[in-house]
Ligand binder design. Structure first.
Ligand code: PSU
Ligand code: MN
Length: 305
């Protein structure tokens, strides 16, 4: 194992035995949801992964180590503390050096999962090209990570706080396959479709696993984005969420929020502006992604037909 990685015994045993493991990120816990919904959600994601026969591995930093798998006490600390750094790829050395607690984004979770030998990662939504990026140059490091780290990421598409067409263009430029799971269009996180067409569609975990195997056989080094729409019963009305997004973006602009603070600011304002409805949707879609991630991880370890 990589010298900076500490595994829980459960994750260690699963990796040694070649059993399915699903990585989960921690920025969604520390900076994406309020307490205690964040801890409850993380616990539920772990349960869902286990129900499908895989082992969950929440990734975070503490004590100068990359932790792959967290104890209940460690999860509780991460969920409660207001002093957890948001760690993307470039922040890893500094936060490890400080010995402080760090929550990993999609980008750094992918990298750490790869270091640990985990092929599948489930999250809520990825970062992307922000609206107004032509002026602000705000493009999430998640997209570059998808371009260079061979981990499959299951997400409910991307939030409409982003510029979804530009996000898809960027993924095409960087040769990242985007698979619509049981859909022909890119999902828009809170709603099932953005009406942006995708070229790739899979209808079962086995189909996704077959594509991932070929990706590896070809020596392709990019990640893969699996876009899994929010379940219909939990989807939000587009106009409701769009109004809240417009307001949150205007507030961020007025408050002069920039850099890594932008996404956490927008996420917390959306929860408040929708009276918590966006949080309820977020929890359902994250569970739905954890389930699919586990099913794909299980299909990957089954012998290819
Ligand atoms: N989008 C969401 N929920 C999230 C995030 C993004 O819908 O929790 C988090 C993820 O951890 C993602 C990060 O990797 O925000 C992206 O931050 P930035 O835009 O600063 O790259
Ligand atoms: Mn950014």
């Amino acid at each position: 194992m990589h010298p900076l990685v500490t595994l829980t015994p459960e994750v260690d045993a699963a990796l040694v035995d070649g059993r399915p493991v699903v990585a989960l990120e921690s920025t969604i816990i520390a900076h994406g949801m309020p307490y205690p919904a964040n801890r409850e959600t993380a616990q539920r994601l772990c349960e869902v992964v286990r129900e499908e026969g895989a082992v969950p591995a929440i990734i975070a930093l503490s004590g100068g180590r990359i932790r792959v798998g967290l104890s209940d006490t460690e999860l509780e600390q991460l969920a409660q503390s207001s002093d957890v750094a948001k760690v993307s790829r470039r922040d890893l050395p500094a936060v490890l050096a400080s010995g402080k607690a760090g929550a990993t984004t999609v980008a750094s979770t992918m990298l750490c999962a790869h270091l640990a030998g985990i092929r599948v990662f489930a999250t809520g939504g990825i970062g992307g090209v922000h609206r107004g990026a032509a002026e602000s140059f705000d493009v999430s490091a998640d997209l570059d990570e998808l371009a260079r780290t061979p981990v499959a990421v299951v997400s409910a598409g991307a939030k409409a706080i982003l510029d979804l067409p530009k996000t898809l263009e960027y993924l095409e430029t960087r040769s990242v396959p985007v698979i619509g799971y049981q859909t022909d269009t890119f999902p828009a996180f809170y709603s099932r479709s953005s009406h942006l067409q995708l070229e790739l569609r899979c209808d079962s975990p086995a189909e996704v696993a077959a594509l991932l195997r070929l990706h590896d056989q070809l020596g392709l080094t990019a990640g893969t984005l699996i876009a899994n729409p929010v379940p219909a019963h939990a989807a939000m009305d587009w106009d409701d969420i769009d109004t809240a997004i417009q307001r949150a973006l205007a507030e961020a602009d007025r408050a002069g929020i920039t850099g890594k603070a932008v996404t956490p600011f927008l996420l917390s304002r959306l929860v408040a502006l929708t009276d918590g409805r966006s949080l309820a949707t977020n929890r359902v879609l994250a569970q739905n992604n954890a389930r699919l991630g586990a099913q794909i991880a299980v299909a990957l370890v089954q012998r290819a037909p």
